[in-house]
Design a protein around this ligand. Structure first.
Ligand code: AVJ
Ligand code: FE
Length: 441
């Protein structure tokens, strides 16, 4: 968006807003009203809350903050303010019903189209390169991924479908298990990416000691070996908090897995199927990822290590927007945008590899990192503290790279996600890293 002429930028914004709305409607038109207002899990909002919430945020930021308009329905702000009501309580609020919610968000969007026609897209900070519009498109897409997690928790007949990802390319079986990233500085974060959110800013130099990182995310087969080696029953592999949680929650396998007739099966969007061995593992919490890594004699990568493996180009010394370069993601680069309803086999997307040969950093599964969520040096909250700053601290772990459910507009090498280390309903897996041995540096 930074270098687009104003008219092209308007079209780019309109397409981003439309893509998000198409997806929100597809994820809510496929179930009946009962399923839209039901609580499918205490961890999630009713789908109808997400639907009206994306419209309310759009009204707040585009119509009011940018357009200077009066509130359309002032009484809605409190209902759809994520900080006023925890997810578990939302089903009992006097929410807009499905038909009303659809009417409300359509009315907001109608006014947004008028605003987009006449507002200058440069010169004001919130509007620089259309930032506020980009932020709202990303926000809706983030909630669409959340709605997909709600769908995955919902019981009942399947309503979602998509083709399976292609099989792994022939070289996948011959890939080295890990690659060495030599010591040295790299540029972490961004000051240039026009739609980057506050927590990705500013660009800053970080010196990263040498480390080895897995070429692909950890697979179901590898994770199964951890289970079968008694990993869940052996306190040695777990952090003290992780062990306490694993005992209290009786964790014994990834969420949605179960064993039948000596075989691992899983539920996926209402269907039961064998766990595919070559697929990156998902629905594991940070504590499980951390324990697996210790069992394997390894550790989780830090956030800086992950981003260096993803973005650093040793030939030029600069950081790329994506592992493969600066062009946005296409279907040959990464598994994004809900084209499939699952990760692609480990070793997929050779065209999406980083300069070091690391694969599937973007798409497939969110990757847990060792790092707590904090602000970069020079961080300042913008445009609102509640997007990220209020979450900074040791309670949240950073996830990187985006899952198969992430839309490209909300995905780049600098993008940061975060969650509690106990969360498993998100589409998260991990890869591991290690320090070099003395003879390897
Ligand atoms: C960045 C995914 C942690 O869903 O809590 C949505 C994104 N922020 N609405 C979340 C978000 C406000 C956020 N995550
Ligand atoms: Fe939100």
């Amino acid at each position: 968006p930074a270098d687009l002429p104003e008219e092209r930028l308007r079209e780019h914004i309109a397409a981003a807003l439309q893509a998000a709305r198409d997806r929100s409607l597809a994820l809510t038109d496929c179930v009946d009203d009962h399923d839209l207002v039901a609580q499918h899990s205490r961890l999630m909002s009713p789908l109808v809350w997400d639907l009206a919430h994306v419209g309310n945020q759009e009204e707040l930021w585009l119509l009011r903050a940018v357009g200077g308009q009066e509130p359309m329905r002032p009484e809605l702000d409190e209902l759809y303010d994520a900080f006023q009501h925890p997810r578990a309580e939302r089903p009992r609020l006097p929410l807009l019903g499905p038909a009303e919610a659809r009417r409300y968000i359509a009315a907001v969007r109608g006014r947004v189209w008028d605003l987009l026609e006449r507002v200058p897209l440069r010169g004001r900070r919130l509007l620089e390169a259309g930032f506020a519009f980009g932020m709202i498109a990303q926000h809706e897409q983030q909630h669409d991924e959340t709605m997909l997690a709600t769908h995955q928790l919902r019981r009942g007949a399947p309503v979602l479908d998509a083709p399976a990802p292609p099989p792994a390319p022939p070289d996948a079986a011959r890939l080295p298990a890990e690659v060495l990233i030599p010591a040295g500085p790299f540029t972490m974060g961004t000051s240039a990416e026009p739609w980057a959110l506050d927590n990705e800013r500013p660009a800053h130099q970080v010196h990263v000691p040498a480390f080895w990182i897995d070429t692909t995310p950890v697979t179901n087969a590898a994770y199964q070996a951890f289970i079968e080696a008694g990993g869940y029953r052996d306190e040695r592999w777990w952090s003290p908090e992780g062990w306490a949680y694993r005992c209290a929650a009786r964790l014994s396998a990834p969420l949605f897995w179960f064993r039948e007739g000596g075989q691992w099966l899983r539920r996926r969007f209402g269907r039961v199927e064998p766990v595919p061995p070559e697929e990156p593992v998902q629905h594991v919490c940070w504590y499980e990822a951390d324990a697996y890594a210790r069992w394997a004699g390894r550790r989780l990568p830090t956030e800086a290590e992950w981003e260096k493996a993803c973005r650093h180009d040793p030939a030029t010394g600069r950081s790329r927007r994506f592992p493969w370069g600066d062009d946005g993601p296409g279907p040959r680069h990464a598994n994004l945008g809900q084209r499939h309803l699952q990760p692609a086999p480990a070793g997929s997307y050779p065209d999406g590899a980083s300069p070091y040969g690391v694969r599937q950093l973007i798409g497939d599964v969110w990757e847990w990192t060792a790092s707590d969520f904090t602000g970069y040096p020079g961080f300042h909250a913008w445009p609102y503290r509640e997007y990220s700053e209020v979450f900074f601290g040791p309670a949240y772990k950073v996830l990187r790279g985006g899952s198969w459910a992430v839309h490209p507009v909300a995905c780049r090498g600098t993008f940061r996600n975060w969650d509690y280390p106990i969360r498993r309903q998100i589409f998260a897996g991990f890869r591991t890293a290690r320090d070099p041995r003395p003879d390897e540096e």
